[in-house]
Design a protein around this ligand. Structure first.
Ligand SMILES: [Ca+2]
Ligand SMILES: [Ca+2]
Ligand SMILES: [Ca+2]
Length: 213
C-alpha cells in the first residue's frame, strides 16, 4: 500500500521455468491511489514482464542503471492503470518566434532509457508499442506520457505513428539522427530534442488540436 518504489533487477538466466513475471503497484479492490515508481533494469530473453501501475500517477522506467536497453531482452507489457482525475500539466515552448502553451492530462509516465547504448538503429513508436533496435517489444496501455531516450552516441532512426498518450518526449542525443512523425493522435503533444549532429525531423501529419515541438 502507498507510494511504492519497486526496482526489478532481473532474474537468474538459469531459471528457464520462469517465463512470466507480474508487478502490480496497486491493490485489489483498488483503494491505493498513491503513485508508484517502478524501475526495470534487466530482463532475460523469453521472459514476459507485465507491469500494472494501478491507481495513481505512476512512473515506470526501463533501462539499466547505466541507461541502456541492451539487457532488456524479454517482452515488457506496461499498463499505467488509472490516474488522478483532472490532473493537468503544461508544456511551453517558442517555435520560430511563436510562443505555444499546451495543457495536457498528466498521469502515468513510461520512460525508456537507451541513451548510453552504443548500438543505435531503428526505434518505432506505435499506438501501443515501442520497438527498440534490439530486445523485445515494449507494449503499453493506459499511459498519459511516454519518454524515449535513444542512443546518444550512435545514429538513431525514430518513427512515430500515433502514440496513444497525451505527451510524447523523444530525445535522440548527439550525432546525426532522424525522427519521422508519421501521425499523432488528437489533442496530443510530441516533443522532439535532437541535440547536436546533422539531425533531420520529418513531420507527415498531426492530429486535430495536437502540437509538436
Ligand atoms: Ca496509474
Ligand atoms: Ca493511466
Ligand atoms: Ca543528434
Amino acid at each position: 500500500m502507498g507510494a511504492e518504489t519497486i526496482t526489478f533487477e532481473g532474474t537468474d538466466p538459469a531459471d528457464a521455468a520462469l517465463t512470466t513475471i507480474n508487478i502490480f503497484g496497486g491493490d485489489d479492490p483498488a483503494t491505493d491511489t498513491d503513485g508508484d515508481t517502478i524501475h526495470v533494469e534487466t530482463l532475460n530473453p523469453g521472459v514476459a514482464l507485465n507491469i500494472d501501475g494501478g491507481e495513481g500517477a505512476d512512473f515506470i522506467s526501463l533501462g539499466t542503471i547505466g541507461m541502456s536497453l541492451d539487457a532488456i531482452l524479454g517482452s515488457v507489457n506496461v499498463d499505467g492503470g488509472n490516474q488522478p482525475v483532472g490532473a493537468l500539466a503544461a508544456v511551453s515552448d517558442t517555435i520560430k518566434g511563436v510562443a505555444i502553451n499546451v495543457d495536457y492530462e498528466s498521469g502515468d509516465l513510461l520512460a525508456v532509457n537507451d541513451q548510453n547504448s552504443a548500438l543505435g538503429g531503428a526505434y518505432t513508436v506505435g499506438a501501443n508499442s515501442i520497438t527498440p533496435p534490439i530486445g523485445g517489444t515494449i507494449n503499453y496501455s493506459n499511459l498519459e506520457a511516454l519518454r524515449l531516450n535513444t542512443s546518444s552516441t550512435a545514429t538513431s532512426d525514430v518513427g512515430v505513428t500515433s502514440p496513444s498518450v497525451e505527451r510524447t518526449e523523444i530525445s535522440t542525443g548527439d550525432v546525426a539522427d532522424m525522427v519521422t512523425i508519421h501521425s499523432t493522435v488528437a489533442d496530443s503533444v510530441v516533443d522532439v530534442t535532437t541535440s547536436t549532429g546533422e539531425d533531420m525531423v520529418n513531420v507527415t501529419a498531426t492530429g486535430d488540436g495536437s502540437a509538436w515541438c
